[in-house]
Design a protein around this ligand. Sequence first.
Ligand SMILES: *[C@@H]1O[C@H](CO)[C@@H](O)[C@H](O)[C@H]1NC(C)=O
Ligand SMILES: *[C@@H]1O[C@H](CO)[C@@H](O)[C@H](O)[C@H]1NC(C)=O
Ligand SMILES: *[C@@H]1O[C@H](CO)[C@@H](O)[C@H](O)[C@H]1NC(C)=O
Ligand SMILES: *[C@@H]1O[C@H](CO)[C@@H](O)[C@H](O)[C@H]1NC(C)=O
Ligand SMILES: *[C@@H]1O[C@H](CO)[C@@H](O)[C@H](O)[C@H]1NC(C)=O
Ligand SMILES: *[C@@H]1O[C@H](CO)[C@@H](O)[C@H](O)[C@H]1NC(C)=O
Ligand SMILES: *[C@@H]1O[C@H](CO)[C@@H](O)[C@H](O)[C@H]1NC(C)=O
Ligand SMILES: *[C@@H]1O[C@H](CO)[C@@H](O)[C@H](O)[C@H]1NC(C)=O
Ligand SMILES: *[C@@H]1O[C@H](CO)[C@@H](O)[C@H](O)[C@H]1NC(C)=O
Length: 889
Amino acid sequence: MADTIPLCCFLSFVLLTTTFISLSQSQLDDQATMEALQKELSVSDWDPKQPNFCTWRGVICTSNQSVQELNLSHRGLRGNVTLVSQLKSLKKLDLSSNSFKGSIPSSIGGLVALEFLDLSMNHFEGLIPSSFGGLSSLISLNLSNNFLSGAIPEELKILESLQELQLSGNNLTGSIPDWVGNFASLKVFSAYENGLTGVIPENLGSVSNLEVLNLHSNQLEGEIPVSIFKSGKLQVLILTVNGLNGSIPDSVGNCKGLSNLRIGNNRLTGRLPTSIGDVSSLTYFEADNNNLSGEIVEEFALCSNLTLLNLASNWLTGTVPDKLGDLKNLQELIVSDNGLSGEFPKSILRCRNLSKLDFSYNNFNGSLPDNICNMSRLQFLVLDHNSFDGFIPSGIGSCIKLLELQMGSNYFTGAIPPEIGKIRNLQIALNLSFNQLQGALPRELGKLDKLVSLDLSNNQISGTIPQEIKGMMSLIEVNFSNNRLTGSIPAFGPFQKSPQTSFIGNSELCGDPLGSACHPNYGSYYYGLDHHKVSYKVVLAVVGSGMTVFAVVFLVVGLFMLREKQEKEAKAKVEIQEIIEPPQILVANVFVESLRQAVDFDTCVKATLKEENKVSNGTFSTSFKAVMPSGLVISIKKLKSVDRTVTCHQNKMIRELERLSNLTHTNLLRPIGYVIYDDVALLLHRYMSNGTLLQLIHDVGPAMKEPNWPLRLLIAINVAEGLAFLHQIATIHLDVCSGNIYLDSNFNALLGEIEISKLLDPSKGTASISAVAGSFGYIPPEYAYTMQVTVPGNVYSFGVVLLEILTSKLPTDECFGEGVDLVKWVHGASTRGETPEQIMDATLSTISFAWRKQMLAVLKVAMLCTDPTPAKRPKMKTVIEMLKEAKDS
Ligand SMILES: *[C@@H]1O[C@H](CO)[C@@H](O)[C@H](O)[C@H]1NC(C)=O
Ligand SMILES: *[C@@H]1O[C@H](CO)[C@@H](O)[C@H](O)[C@H]1NC(C)=O
Ligand SMILES: *[C@@H]1O[C@H](CO)[C@@H](O)[C@H](O)[C@H]1NC(C)=O
Ligand SMILES: *[C@@H]1O[C@H](CO)[C@@H](O)[C@H](O)[C@H]1NC(C)=O
Ligand SMILES: *[C@@H]1O[C@H](CO)[C@@H](O)[C@H](O)[C@H]1NC(C)=O
Ligand SMILES: *[C@@H]1O[C@H](CO)[C@@H](O)[C@H](O)[C@H]1NC(C)=O
Ligand SMILES: *[C@@H]1O[C@H](CO)[C@@H](O)[C@H](O)[C@H]1NC(C)=O
Ligand SMILES: *[C@@H]1O[C@H](CO)[C@@H](O)[C@H](O)[C@H]1NC(C)=O
Ligand SMILES: *[C@@H]1O[C@H](CO)[C@@H](O)[C@H](O)[C@H]1NC(C)=O
């Protein structure tokens, strides 16, 4: 016994000293670790000469000088972060929004004191380390927006203190483990945008106060578990774009605080629960593209904050409940593509905040109320494909904010009310096709000078097309076919550019677009399709040379038109011949070896003589789509008015084309060949199957129904890279706009029209009447006095493209107010007391916090690019960096 006492004492002494030594060692260790970390990551604002690392930015120490919190978020860092796992006292570690790569160091799992770990918005890849099971104190884990793959590891099952678990925006697979449902403190669980499969655990939320559940864009199946509504604390539920089935649980009514409920694009069945009326905070309810049936429940009317109700593409029947008229805050009511019936619900007129009303593709009938524009904020009135009848109410003229009016495929009768001309904002489309409208076209249509698409086809409209229609200056698409119109088609640009099909089926209509001569009494002369026509209208020349001096002269020689007309008559016969027999090709070539056999030059020429092949009209050229006998589809650009350039500078032009075709940048649309005949130059390009950015943003095609912010951001980065490359080789682009940004089959963006700055010979400028530097809305303000497109000018135009991407609005739009374009509207937002949320496209920014954050960052870049002072605008190289940072943020 006696021996043991000293041994015991000795042991305790040893224990004490080692404890003491190891503590001071840990302190020393942190010092060494922090110094090593400073070196490894080159943290710029950590001064190695300042010995007390506890004062370094983002570092918080305990009273005994060990690092307790390390916050390195948003510092542009890369390198090996393994060292942080030696900071054993860490409670909070935030490495988010940097450029860290490789797998997550498994040694981080040894930080047993860690309560908060944020590694989001980096490039981490590989699996989630199973060692994270050792982080038993963890309260918050954020691994979102990396490239992590594999399943959620079983080892995490013991992290029972977790309150927030964020795994979204990775490539995780497998199912959501059942044990997530056992986390008694879980408040936030988000794992959207992954490849998760299987069912949502049926006990999820049963033991905790779940507030946010966001699992959209996975491949989840099975039913929405009742458990998530159990505690009644749910505020946000987003399950869109999965394969969920079953019905919407009645217990949703437990959640009074649920404001955001999005379950669209699933396979949900059954009826809408009446308990929805108990969800008093409900603001967004989106359940479109499911298989819901039964009626729209009137209990929605109890949700007084309801702003958006989207029930489109389901199997709903019955009428729109009158009670919905109580929804004072309702802004969008979308019930298209269901089996709804009954008359237009007049009570809806009481929803004064309504901006979008979509009843299309249902069985609504009866006539429209005359006071339909009681909803004075209405921007979209979509009533097509129903059985509405009666007159189009003259009261429609009071919808002064309307951008789009769709009333096609109904049974409307009577004449088009002249009041329609009062809707001066009408812009996207006016479609009254497939009705039973009669009478003459009102002259007032000509007042719709913003309207892009007009479809009055398949009615019984009679009389002549009034000359006043020429006031519709923005018209691109027009369809008057299958009516009873008579007389000559007015000579008007948009009509001349329209295909024959826009006018056919009016037996007494004649004129240019129909290729039928009018009786002289109609006061018009025949002139056929020809390439000379444009040459007197538009003459282009580029003045100056080098890096800074590029001005495009856009010349409209109206005076010559009379003489030309007389000549036309004499030439008409010859020209008919020309259409049948294509003109003699002077020179032609294909630069790309592998495509040589596949391109047939005669087919190219013929394709550009047919109006139905026309794809678009640019500032400098007209585009056609052509199918070669080999099956290859190419895009052909017919340069407008290059007569002088082509005939006098043919060789120089060919040299330039060849040089451009050799540019190796993937984000530039390079020519693959050319055909020159007479004074016409055709430039051949690969066909871009996904059209242009303009179409992507502004044409709501079925393919783009899905809001896709990441795609838009990638497009912006692609274009920035193409433009930066041009600047690097001392080339200024003359027409940066969304219509010149092409999307290939993989949605890679390519900047087009790069030839223009090189092809049009600078020294041959003729007298200028007006000068245009690209497309309206994109022209930098300094152009008004410099008349030169410069590098900063390109940056400005690119900034406008960014704003389009962010707002989904066109660069010029009457809704911005008198003399205000998109740039001024955005820059004026803060003065008007508007938040960025009111500027950005809400269908994108409200999808996820990550998207919103990126959009805010891109908005900042756009503001810099569109600074009124050219010198303050960033270089394109800097723009690329900022956009990439936004993407990674
Ligand atoms: C140092 O601080 C840590 C964390 O607060 C604590 O666990 C440890 O006991 C402290 N050690 C000393 C010697 O004060
Ligand atoms: C880290 O710092 C950033 C600001 O640089 C801040 O927004 C963030 O909330 C901090 N993280 C933590 C975990 O405190
Ligand atoms: C980081 O450093 C550790 C050693 O400190 C090493 O084991 C690991 O492989 C490194 N990781 C990478 C991605 O280089
Ligand atoms: C990561 O998630 C945590 C917990 O939900 C949150 O506090 C943090 O802000 C997120 N990080 C980023 C960069 O959004
Ligand atoms: C995601 O994972 C799947 C297979 O697990 C793989 O085919 C795919 O390329 C990955 N995607 C990304 C973006 O890493
Ligand atoms: C839902 O889908 C699963 C398969 O994913 C199936 O087993 C189940 O019967 C379906 N439930 C309903 C209500 O259709
Ligand atoms: C409606 O929204 C307002 C403002 O967000 C809020 O103060 C109010 O409590 C909400 N009403 C209900 C019933 O939740
Ligand atoms: C949706 O419902 C319709 C009719 O109720 C049915 O024909 C269809 O098969 C259903 N689709 C799915 C995916 O359940
Ligand atoms: C429109 O909504 C606002 C709140 O967003 C509300 O204050 C206002 O009363 C509503 N307008 C009408 C006419 O109901």
